[in-house]
Design a protein around this ligand. Structure first.
Ligand SMILES: *Cc1c(COP(=O)(O)O)cnc(C)c1O
Length: 404
């Protein structure tokens, strides 16, 4: 399978510690070979020598839009609609408020019950901040389409669920939302840089996502937001930041939003983080999202088959269906096991890195850019030994770390 893999050439662009099997690229992507050089160039040359001149000479000022356009290619967004800025969490806040103000008097926010908690926390925070009668309507992901009606102002959902790895039918939900006049806000944390996301073609209204997962921008990399061009003039960020002003360097007394996507910027961007993310996106510049999705699908399918064939009767239960077509599952799978936490720790001790998702989920992520099929085979052999030898029961694994 590795010999036949059209993306096998990408692995050499990333630095992974020898011998380590990294199954957590969905939480923190790997470092590119040139990431250090990208950071060094900014710190030593552009900052060190250029100092403040680099805002113009090194074009720092346009980086959020320039990197946004590069990222847009991976998520089916034409130029001028993606901005790299802030964190995913903060971007959800900005866009939810923008959408709610635009949609007033509608006040229903439709949410997915199994969504990543941060997203629904922010919806609760928006209710707190706006202090007007909102209704947070929470339904299972599978019922979102049917729950869309004329009372819904905005729907917030993850394209790929952080636990099950299953994806929602973005085009179908966008279609239904358009029929009832609701706006959609998609969280692409687990699909950007992985699935063939087609924001423009599927009629999405807004989206956000992380720079540090499958996009490999490094820990705490700047996040991104997308606003379809047709909505940009009507939507306003509640954070009237000077970097989102039409003419920030005129220092006028009153806020006036920039035309286009820049109006969703807030304060001064983190230039070092942007440079590292830009370098990471260059590693994927010659890659089609269709190929990434096809490989992700093969990786997840292969892993599930291996766990079932090599570790039968070991109590590992797959969350969600075994069968899923390409695009219906993202790049990770979760198995539950009562000893899930210990299993993750025992695997890490063997240099195999998945992650743990409470209460008993063992989550394995398969970044198609740098994982080989042989890694899956070896990881499952380690898993088999951990289960057969009850290594998870070791007393060292009783205490939970702060980050799992
Ligand atoms: C990872 C993740 C986030 C993280 O947001 P941050 O602001 O980067 O901490 C948000 N939503 C989902 C669905 C995620 O998977």
């Amino acid at each position: 399978m590795d010999a036949a893999d059209p993306l096998a050439r990408l692995r050499g662009r990333f630095s992974l510690p020898p011998g380590l099997i990294y199954l957590d690229g969905n939480s923190l992507g790997a470092r590119s070979n040139t990431a250090t050089e990208a950071a060094r160039r900014v710190v030593e040359e552009e900052w060190g020598r250029g100092l403040i001149r680099s805002w113009t000479q090194a074009d720092w000022i346009d980086a959020p839009v320039r990197v946004g356009d590069a990222l847009g290619r991976l998520i089916g967004a034409a130029e001028g609609q993606v901005l790299v800025t802030d964190s995913t969490t903060a971007n959800i806040f900005k866009l939810l408020v923008a959408a709610l103000n635009h949609q007033a008097p509608r006040g229903v926010v439709l949410l997915e019950g199994e969504n990543f908690p941060a997203d629904n926390y922010i919806a609760q925070g928006v209710e707190f901040a706006l202090a007007r009668g909102l209704e947070l309507r929470v339904v299972p992901g599978a019922q979102l389409v049917d729950a869309l009606d004329e009372s819904v102002a905005v729907l917030l959902a993850s394209h790929v669920n952080y636990r099950t790895g299953l994806s929602l039918d973005m085009a179908r939900i966008n279609r239904r939302a358009a029929e009832v006049g609701a706006l959609t806000l998609w969280d692409l944390a687990h699909s950007a840089g992985l699935l063939d996301v087609r924001l423009d073609a599927s009629g999405a209204d807004m989206a956000v996502g992380c720079g540090y997962k499958y996009l490999n921008g490094g820990p705490g990399a700047p996040a991104f937001l997308y606003v379809a061009e047709r909505h940009q003039a009507a939507l306003r960020s509640p954070l009237f930041g000077w970097m989102g002003h039409a003419r920030p360097f005129e220092f006028g007394a009153d806020y006036e939003p920039a035309p286009g996507i820049r109006r969703f910027a807030c304060g001064t961007p983190g230039v070092v983080g942007l440079a590292v993310l830009e370098d990471a996106l260059e590693q994927l510049a010659d890659v089609s999202p269709v190929d990434l999705q096809a490989k992700a699908s093969k990786l997840t399918r292969t892993f599930i088959e291996l766990v079932h064939s090599r570790c039968p009767d070991a109590g590992m239960t797959l969350l969600g269906p075994v069968e899923a077509a390409a695009g219906e599952r993202g790049g990770h799978v979760t198995f539950t096991h009562p000893e899930g936490y210990g299993i993750v720790q025992a695997l890490i001790a063997r240099e195999v890195i998945p992650d743990f998702r409470s209460p008993e989920g063992v989550r394995f992520g398969f970044a198609p850019a740098y994982l080989r099929f042989v890694d899956l085979w070896e990881a499952v052999e380690h898993l088999r030994s951990v289960l057969a030898g009850r290594e998870y029961a070791d007393a060292r694994y009783r205490e939970r770390a702060r980050v799992t």
